[in-house]
Structures are given as C-alpha cells and as structure tokens.
Design a protein around this ligand. Structure first.
Ligand code: B12
Ligand code: SF4
Length: 467
C-alpha cells in the first residue's frame, strides 16, 4: 500500500514549527515496510501545484493529513487554519482516488466537528504509532475498525469513536523521520529541532485537553535514548537548538534531571527551551538545566492569586511560583511567564493583584498575558461553560468559542491592556498582533536570537499598538 503523509501547518509566526508528529508517522510507516511519501506544506507558495505533483509522484492508496493547528487559540486577533485542510482535501479528491485519513494535535482536539466539516471518514485521536499500523492492517483485510485505539470512523452513515490507548512504551518507538524535514528553512523562520521526552500529564488545569492527546500518566522515554536521539539529531541535521515539546518538561522532575545529567556527562553542546511548571523547579533543577544548555524557560503559571490558582486547577501554590522565580533569577536562565486571565470567577481585582504579586517576586524577561479560555469538549472548562450557559451541548466549537469570567466586563481586554502597559516586560495579544511586533519577530528570527522574548525589556515600550 502506498501512503502519502501531508503536513498542514502554515502558521509561521512567532516561529515556524517543524512537523515532528507527521515525521513520527512517516518513520512508523517505513518501519512497517510501507511505501511512504511526505509532503510538508509549511513553506509552499503554490499549494495546488505542490499537491498535484506529490500525488502524481506517489500515486497513493491512502492520504494522511497531519493537522497540527485548528486555530491560534486567541480570543482577540482570532485566526483559524482548518480551512487549509479543506483546500487540501479538495485538491486530493480532484486528483486521486485515495482514501483520506487525518490525525495530529489539531484533528485530535475536536475530531467529531472536524471530521464532519471536512467530510473525512477516518480521524485518529492522539498518538499514531500503534493505531495507524493497526488501521492499515484492517484496511487491507477485514475492515473491522472496532479495536483501533483512538479512531473516529464512519460506517453505514453512523459515527463510531474508539477510546484512545495511552499505554504505548515510548522506548519502543523510533526517532522521527528528521531527514524529511527541511530544518534549514525552519531555523530561518525561528524554528527549533522539536523533541519529545515524554507523553502524559497528571495535572488537571481547567482549560487543558492534553489528557485526550497524551493521557494523564507520564510515560517517559529513557534518558539514555533521549540523549542518543539528540546526539543523532545534532550530527545529522547540523543544528543544535532544541525545543522540548513536552507539556511540562520538568515533571517528573527526576526524568528531566536525568536527561540533563546525561547531556552534561556526554558534553553534548546544545541550547534548549522548554515549557515548565513551578512544581519542582527549584534551585537545584535550575542549576542543572542551565549546565545542560537551557537558554529559556516558558513558565506556565496562568494564575497567581490563591483563588484563581484554585479555580484554574493549577495544582501549585503562590509559594511554588515565588520559589521558581527565585531559582530562575539566581540561575540566570531567561524565563517568560504565561498568564491566562478570564477563568472561572476571575475579576479585575485578581488581574491587578496578579501583577503586583509577580512584580514583588522579581523580574521575568517577559510576561505574556492573554484573556479567554478556548473551550474544548474534553477540558474541565466545558462543563463549567455549559452550567453557566456560555455554550450548549450543540454549540459548534470548531469556530473557536472562549470562556471569559462574567465578573470581567465587556471592557476586560482594554483593562488588561492598560495593566500590561504599566510594566515594560508585559504584553498582551494586542501587542503580538501588531505590525511592529511581527516585524521585530522576523528580525529576531533572522538573527537567531533565542528565546526571541528574552530582550523585550529593551524594545517593549515601542511594540505597543497605538490605540
Ligand atoms: C510543543 C507545542 C508547541 C511549541 C512547538 C515547539 C516546537 N518547536 O516544536 C510552540 C510553543 C512553538 C507551539 C506553538 C503553537 N501551538 Co502548540 N503545541 C505544542 C504541544 C504541547 C506539543 C506538540 C508536539 O510537538 N508534540 C509531539 C509530537 C510528536 O506529537 P503530535 O504532533 O501530536 O503527533 C502525534 C499524533 O498527533 C499523531 N499524528 C500526528 N500527525 C498525524 C497524522 C496522521 C495521518 C495520523 C494517523 C496521526 C498523526 O501521531 C503523532 C505521533 O504519536 C501541543 C499539545 C500536545 N500535547 O500535543 C500543542 C498544540 C499542538 N499547539 C496548539 C496551538 C494552537 C499552537 C499555536 C497556534 C498557538 C499560538 N497561539 O500561536 C502555535 C502555532 C505555532 C506554529 N507555527 O504551528 C494546539 C492545536 C490545537 C488548536 N486549537 O489548533 C495544541 C494541540 C495545544 C492545545 N491548545 O490544545 N506549540
Ligand atoms: S496545562 Fe500543562 S500542566 Fe496543566 S494539565 Fe495541561 S499539560 Fe498539564
């Protein structure tokens, strides 16, 4: 069977993200002995021509769409991307008889909505290393899809959804097909070598849907294998800047530390950035991260006041945030703090207090404050939004719907903007969508300033969009 995998991700700012999920699928298929072709549309200037040419070359029986993003999850300056998948499907259907399947982070978050909108009969939720091979075996033989984990499929006009399986052992999976990715191009657009050290997050943040994508039990790839892979990626690609794509890199802490110790032991000369959580990010962890090449931490704090930490389900305390601030400041690792306002019962008072408390803790290189929670069906916020009448069970969530606490008035975004303007390192989506910031990002990407937020203090006041 011939399979063509198409990576659909055309968002290039703040940085272009290499399609490592699609490349995992390519490698899995190669290991099965399938004829597999790969097309990455990220830098395509002529989608139709590139598609037609790939279809002619590969003559596929199956076309697999890797859909990474549906939208930018931003309540202000909203952008949706799923229409690109629709354009791709139109060209595929006009130019081949292949069966279309789809997967990826974007497809997994709202599979029913997307499958119906795009009229695609097979959608994979979550990871594909086990489910896709199982599907292909059934596809060519019995066509009994009942046991394929995480598959949403249409049979006789009815939709069936099999629960995903999160028991796969990451040590058994091969390294993704890195050689199929044009790393040079991604690096020119601020990109990194993406690398995943684990799947699964045990935290219960109110807005998060990662349990559907990866499960809730951390499954770690052994530190030795991770560093073997990283050595190989450096050697084979010639690049050395990594982004750990784990939802929380520093949890379980022992795993993150073991990877860092292995990097240090092998003297692997890399630079890396990761998403971290204040739980367990203490002085020792920060020192070890720095020694292992960490050049930036993106700290998912979201809330700071006791009430909002509780309501956002964060699982850490204000004291944990304070300790992590101190540890990062002492270590000298640049860090950016991400805040998400608008959660249940959030108020202007909480916003003001949040800024005051964080400024008392010290200075982060950047604070990114956004407003409004993108509602997904399988995130805890869904039930709250139903209860409060923000949505009904019939609301179409493909076109993004945001939860914003009713205690914040119509003017919430302006209030947040005004607050952010009081601190030079703070910014909001109003700034990120401005022409000036986009131009600055392009320049920083071009000169490979990483992380691209580390010097915001020097240009922060100029990036404010005039209101
Ligand atoms: C790390 C990450 C980032 C990093 C990426 C860093 C880097 N250099 O790689 C950064 C911070 C840059 C980022 C940015 C954005 N991200 Co992001 N990101 C993630 C995260 C946490 C991991 C993605 C990843 O690389 N996973 C590892 C790979 C190996 O797994 P995978 O891609 O899921 O692939 C597996 C399966 O999906 C499946 N699969 C994949 N393709 C296919 C195809 C077929 C045919 C099949 C069968 C299976 C299959 O098999 C693969 C192997 O198991 C996910 C959430 C998550 N937990 O998955 C969000 C996520 C993908 N991001 C999301 C979004 C929205 C964005 C942004 C648009 C946010 C913004 N406002 O700017 C930007 C877009 C940037 C861009 N240019 O694309 C959303 C997408 C959903 C949506 N609503 O659209 C997600 C799902 C988070 C969420 N909110 O739910 N992101
Ligand atoms: S937001 Fe981060 S810490 Fe919270 S549940 Fe999701 S992945 Fe885990």
């Amino acid at each position: 069977m011939k399979v063509l995998i198409i990576a659909i991700n055309q968002e290039k700012l703040p940085l272009a993200v290499a399609p490592i999920g699609a490349a995992c699928i390519v490698r899995t298929l190669e290991h099965m002995g399938q004829d597999v072709y790969f097309l990455d549309l990220c830098f395509s200037n002529n989608l139709k021509r590139n598609l037609v040419s790939a279809l002619q070359k590969s003559d596929p029986d199956i076309v697999g769409l890797a859909i990474r993003n549906l939208d930018n999850c931003s309540s202000t300056g909203r952008k949706t991307f799923y229409q690109t998948a629709q354009r791709v499907i139109k060209v595929v259907r006009e130019n081949s008889n292949a069966t279309i399947i789809m997967g990826g982070g974007g497809a997994s978050v709202l599979p029913q909505e997307l499958a119906q909108y795009l009229d695609v009969s097979y959608t994979f939720i979550g990871e594909g290393e086990e489910s896709l091979p199982a599907f292909l075996r059934e596809f060519s033989k019995g066509r009994n899809f009942l046991k394929i984990p995480g598959l949403l499929y249409r049979e006789g006009g009815n939709w069936h959804l099999n629960p995903p399986d999160f028991s796969g052992d990451l040590d058994q999976y091969p390294l993704y097909a890195y050689e199929k990715i044009n790393h040079k191009k991604y690096f020119e657009h601020g990109g990194f070598i993406g690398y995943q050290t684990k799947r699964g997050c045990p935290f219960k943040c109110v807005y998060c849907n990662y349990r559907t994508l990866e499960g809730t039990r951390p499954r770690c790839r052994s530190p030795q294998l991770c560093v073997d892979d990283m050595e190989k990626l450096v050697r084979e690609t010639g690049f050395r800047d990594f982004f750990f794509t784990d939802g929380v890199f520093n949890w379980p802490t022992e795993h993150a530390l073991a990877i860092c110790e292995e990097i240090i032991r092998r003297k692997l000369d890399i630079r890396w950035i990761a998403y971290c959580n204040p739980v367990g990010l203490d002085e020792e962890a920060a020192r070890t991260f720095k020694a292992a090449g960490c050049v930036g931490i993106e700290l998912g704090v979201d809330a700071v006041t006791d009430k909002m930490l509780e309501n956002m389900g964060k699982g850490f305390s204000r004291q944990d945030i304070r300790k992590t601030y101190q540890a990062l400041i002492h270590s000298g690792i640049p860090f950016a703090v991400f805040l998400l306002f608008g959660g249940p019962e959030d108020s202007y008072q909480d916003m003001v207090e949040t800024q005051k408390i964080l400024m008392e803790f010290g200075k982060a290189n950047a604070v990114f404050a956004s407003l409004g929670i993108r509602i997904y069906r399988d995130a805890p916020i869904y039930d709250i939004a139903i209860r409060e009448g923000v949505i009904t069970p019939h609301t179409d969530l493909l076109e993004p719907v945001f939860y914003i606490s009713s205690r914040l008035g119509e003017d919430a975004m302006n209030q947040l903007d005004r607050l952010a303007r009081q601190e030079v390192t703070w910014s909001t989506p109003t700034d990120w969508n401005s022409f000036t910031v986009k131009s600055v990002q392009r320049i920083l990407n071009r000169f490979r300033v990483i992380p691209n937020w580390k010097d915001i203090e020097t240009y922060g006041t100029h990036m404010r969009r005039k209101r």
